[in-house]
Design a protein around this ligand. Structure first.
Ligand code: ASP
Ligand code: MG
Length: 408
């Protein structure tokens, strides 16, 4: 009988330099000796991807963006470096091992350069190698489209590679090793009493991930669709990590699971635009067409038939979103105001469904600290407030103790 397949993913900081990479090599070999077939997904070493992005911007003569096809191939090389080095290191320990690029591993994606989605995984090559008892090292974050070009999955995308492989290879578990020891009730750098969570369900984790916690949100979506248990733990730590699983397995005694913080938030306000059917769509469609996601939206009460329409975007998208809107000849507005320096804080918990009162309690706690709420949005399992970034520490500490997240 074949060994159990386990997918492990190591993030950029875990393989930040060659010494760390050698420690990972030993860890992988250990897993093998425990009787597993390790399929290891790696990110690029340290800040490699950032450096490649930076270089791609520096070679451009004008204000345009680097060609996306070339950029994807460029960025994919970061993961090739770490995958090949790790394979060499493991090989030198006397183990059978092979590194594969995304395309070699049979990872097919759609055409969208820079944020491609995995469309299919042909596991034939990987299964062949696994059946030869080899350890597999897979370059994360990349695939190949139907044109035969290399694509990347978006920043942080190796998590998604890992979960997708775990699903396709029917691995028992997908282990994500990172520079934190698991998922916390909130960012421990902000709240000193933040607690590590032993179990969290996919829904809560997705909200936490979308809003700044440690994982690529799409990987959680995938894990939930294919029911892949995901274990998040510290790379060089013996401490137990967090298991992300389906709802029923979790310690369900808390209604609020955690507080997510996203500091990377900007606000755009379209001033004085005519309030007619389709106004919101005419503002947001050109942005969604260009893959810019919009989050919190506020539309004020019409005055003389005009409204102000505000929404939040990530800091990274602010300039592009602004330019796209300024380019819309059919949009008739007075002006567009853009601003950085906001943050979203979100109370997250599937337990809050059908339990009224949490929003009020949240607004109260913020009010007591004299924190101004700029925008609000809620879902069944989340209440989000957009506040000034400078207020984040006070706000999150207040909420963490109000909802007793520091207690077991
Ligand atoms: N190296 C890529 C990035 O920095 C992918 C990843 O780390 O998951 O975004
Ligand atoms: Mg990363």
């Amino acid at each position: 009988m074949r060994n159990k397949i386990v997918v492990q993913k190591y993030g950029g900081t875990s393989i930040g330099d060659v010494d760390k990479l050698k420690l990972i090599a030993k860890k992988v070999v250990e897993k093998k000796s425990e009787g597993f077939s390790p399929v290891v997904v790696v990110s690029a070493m340290g800040k490699t991807t950032d450096q490649l992005v930076e270089m791609s911007e520096k070679v451009i003569f004008n204000e345009t963006e680097p060609d996306l096809r070339e950029k994807d191939t460029l960025l994919s090389t970061g993961e090739l470096v770490s995958a090949t080095l790790l394979a060499m290191s493991i090989k030198s320990l006397g183990q059978d091992v092979i590194s594969l690029s995304g395309p070699q591993a049979g990872i097919f994606t759609d055409q969208i350069h820079g944020s491609a989605r995995i469309s299919d995984i042909n596991t034939e090559r990987m299964m062949n190698e696994i059946n030869k008892n080899k350890i597999l090292i897979i370059a994360g974050f990349q695939g190949i489209n139907t044109e035969g070009d290399i694509t990347t999955l978006g920043r942080g995308g190796s998590d998604t590679t890992a979960v997708a492989l775990a699903a396709a290879l029917r691995a028992d578990v997908c282990e994500i090793f990172t520079d934190v020891e698991g998922i916390y009730t909130t960012d421990p750098r902000v709240v000193s009493t933040a607690r590590k969570i032993d179990y969290i369900n996919y829904e809560d984790m997705l909200e936490m991930a979308v809003l700044g916690a440690k994982m690529h949100p799409r990987s959680i979506e995938l894990a939930s669709v294919y029911n892949v248990p995901v274990y998040v733990a510290g790379t060089f730590s013996e401490t137990k990590g967090t298991l992300i699983v389906k709802g029923e397995n979790m310690e369900n005694n808390k209604t609020v699971t955690g507080i997510a913080i996203d500091k990377n938030v900007s606000k755009i306000t379209v001033k004085k635009i005519k309030n007619v059917p389709g106004t919101a769509a005419s503002i947001l469609k050109p942005l969604s067409d260009r893959s810019i996601s919009i989050d919190v939206i506020v539309q004020n009460i019409p005055m003389d038939g005009y409204i102000d329409f505000s929404f939040s975007v990530s800091d990274d998208d602010l300039q592009r979103a602004y330019e796209i809107l300024m380019d819309q000849k059919n949009l008739d507005f007075e002006e567009i105001i853009k601003g950085k320096g906001f943050a979203k804080i979100s109370l997250v918990g599937t337990g809050m469904q059908n339990a009224p009162g949490y929003a009020t309690e949240m607004f109260n706690a913020l009010g007591k600290k004299e924190i101004n709420i700029e925008m609000i949005t809620t879902s069944e399992i989340r209440i989000t407030c957009l506040i000034n970034e400078k207020d984040v520490n006070v706000a999150v500490n207040a909420l963490h103790s109000t909802f007793e997240l520091d207690k077991e």
